[in-house]
Ligand binder design. Sequence first.
Ligand code: GLC
Length: 397
Amino acid sequence: MNLDLACKQLFLENRRYKRKFQYTVPSPTTYPYQWLWDSCFHIIILNHFNVEYAKKEVLSLLSQQFENGMIPHMIYWDDFTETSFPHIKWGKNGTSTLTQPPMVAYAVWTVYQKDKDLNFIKSIYPKLFHYYRYLLTERDPHENHLIGIMNPDESGEDNSPRFDIPLGLPAQHTLKENTKKRFELIKQNIKCKFDAPFCMRNFFWVKDAPFNSIMVENLKLLSKIALVIGNRDDALYFNQKADEISSAMRKLMLEDGIFWSTYGENGSYKKIKVKTWAVFAPLFAQIASKAEAKNLVDDYLLNPKEFQTKFPVPTTSLSEPSFDPEGFWRGPIWMGTNWFIYKGLINYGFLKEAKTIKEASVALLQKSGFREYFNPLTGEGLGAENFTWGGLIVDMV
Ligand code: GLC
């Protein structure tokens, strides 16, 4: 299969037109709406083919921003019906009431790199400002410089074993049990009207290592965007916030060479010592030192007892009791996480290791097609079909 062509074709087929808006569905059958971090991946991929499509996707994603600045992680457009999957009551029509990893500034920066359209970034900058200010204030109400999530789904890794302890679940449980817990959280959040500080304090207070790493990298790029449009004060401010989050991650998450996600009410920062691909996430934002990065590569990425599988990189370490090669976010490879790890390795000059991940990703697509996730032991394709994230291989450069 010619992957470049197949990818272009997939993106044409998954493109949707709604009123003046355009966006891409992650999978026509399983995921027929617009999702936040998926759209950011789409923008990054579309830039390689058609920057105008990428810009349209930015505009549709930003169009449903809440008054408080939050960008919802799902936009149903007018496709939502009571019977359509997933049937979730969010307490709001048309969108969800959660967000997802804040990849928006990164995606917008890739657009700007492509065509240097200053007017475009000027026109959307207020929305970006508002979104990141929301995360910096509402999700960090005590100014401890770590950004909180109020539901595992906000991490993008719905049933990752990182969230078992905060959800009160054992390492082994069914997807049904997991989903039930996450739906209970949504119900509680509706009751407290999605007042983030209140919801987090009372129900689910997690500072996730990938979410915060992604925030750091995005704040740095938002700072660049601010500078390009001539807003020096904002540029300094966002850069400073990126530094503060990096330092807080070092202070509150780092132990034995790993940046662990934490949970617990403000001030307690209990570390969730479950090894998932998240151990590599700080490389994406260059938060780890060179020596720490080398240890992560030697001790974990290339360790056959941890993350070195026939097809890398599993989302959960083989050494975890929760590891399940077919268990959604509990073991399978996802192209999005492979892309983050790839970029992180390049940042530190691990070119050979990065190349191995790219080659494995290409081999998986050749073997199993554009599937949602893949068994790391056999390479078998699992979950949704015609799933867009495989397109990220065009950006593994
Ligand atoms: C699944 C994934 C999530 C993604 C969504 C749409 O819920 O866990 O990360 O955004 O599907 O593709």
